[in-house]
Design a protein around this ligand. Structure first.
Ligand code: ADP
Ligand code: MG
Length: 315
């Protein structure tokens, strides 16, 4: 897909994050739909170096995304367009993401068979990034796990990834605070993939129970303090009407070991009973997603657009 700003029509906004806005768009020459993440590039021409950090983020994003075409569990990157003071990162349009899914379903939490099926590709994507490209993701959270219409699970957003080997940014605590590992706050260790393992653990507790384990903190400081001082979050035996197996709970407990040295890396997690079991199960995520989308049309980026068009034409 050759990318040129004039070939792209931005159709509607899908959401906003720390680094920019994600929109649904059309590549006019082919009619192909895609997602565009627009990130401001303050430095544009000859700006000051205070935005060096931002530039580095953007460049990282592109460099990493371009290298991951051979992993089926990573959102496909089509190219980037520099557009005035913004860079537009063009990528595969996905049907929905896990944080929208949770909100649409009234925060009821997902069942263990579904979570088991979701966790396998996420782990494989993270492991692939580390093994193949020596990368840490650094922003693992529900909104960065996307689902295609066929129920494929893909990881996105390497905006704050960095290369392990030459990263001088060992101490940078980017990413969403609520998913930060304790050692990222106390800065007691260099950045390690095991900080992502913690974020994955928090993500799983949130997806299983429908609620972030530290929801309700009144300010950032309280959140940071509790991550460092409280015992780690756990998966209860029973939540939101679902029961969770011992092997699922053990998997989460391992991800959420507060001592980073005790927390397993991907290789071990991929051999955990919970993962081994769900690699074999027949749970069909495409059927599950289709059923959810018929019940909650707003879950689907497509019908969100259709609803908006209907509203506009009625007005
Ligand atoms: P966040 O910090 O919430 O991840 P982002 O800017 O990365 O913020 O994304 C904003 C929203 O757009 C999120 O809900 C995300 O899931 C959604 N999104 C991002 N990329 C895509 C994509 N390729 N297809 C569909 N939705 C996407
Ligand atoms: Mg994101």
């Amino acid at each position: 897909l050759a990318c040129q700003a004039s070939d792209l029509r931005v159709d509607r906004e899908l959401g906003q994050g720390v680094c920019g806005v994600v929109s649904m768009a059309t590549h006019l020459p082919t009619g192909r739909r895609l997602a565009i993440k627009a990130m401001r590039l303050h430095l544009a021409v000859g700006a000051d170096c205070s935005s060096g950090e931002e530039r580095r983020r953007v460049l990282n994003d592109l460099e990493v995304a371009g290298k991951c075409r051979d992993c089926p569990h990573i959102v496909q990157f089509y190219g980037a367009v520099l557009c005035q003071s913004e860079v537009w990162v063009c990528m595969e349009l996905m049907a929905t993401c896990l944080d929208r899914l949770l909100r649409c379903c009234g925060n009821r939490g997902l069942s263990e068979p579904v979570l088991g099926k979701l966790v396998v590709p996420v782990l494989r994507a993270l492991h692939y990034l580390k093994e193949r490209h020596n990368l840490i993701h650094r922003d693992v959270k529900p909104s960065n796990v996307l689902l295609s219409w066929r129920g494929q699970v893909k990881l996105c957003d390497f905006g704050i990834s960095g290369q392990l080997v030459n990263s001088k940014a060992h101490t940078r605590t980017a990413g969403c605070i609520a998913y930060l590992a304790p050692e990222r706050i106390t800065l007691s260790s260099a950045y390690d993939i095991r900080s992502d393992v913690w974020s994955l653990g928090v993500t799983l507790v949130e997806l299983a129970t429908g609620r972030h384990p530290l929801a309700g903190c009144s300010c950032e400081m309280e959140l940071l303090t509790r991550i460092v001082d409280d015992p780690p979050p756990q998966l209860p035996r029973l939540a939101a009407g679902c029961t969770f197996s011992d092997h699922f709970r053990d998997f989460v407990t391992k991800c959420l070991m507060k001592d980073v040295n005790l927390r397993p890396k991907y290789q071990r997690l991929l051999c955990h009973d919970f993962v081994k079991y769900h690699e074999q199960t027949q749970t069909d995520l495409s059927e599950w997603l289709a059923e959810l989308m018929s019940r909650y049309p707003e879950l689907n980026v497509n019908s969100m657009a259709a609803a908006r068009r209907r509203k506009l034409s009625a007005a």
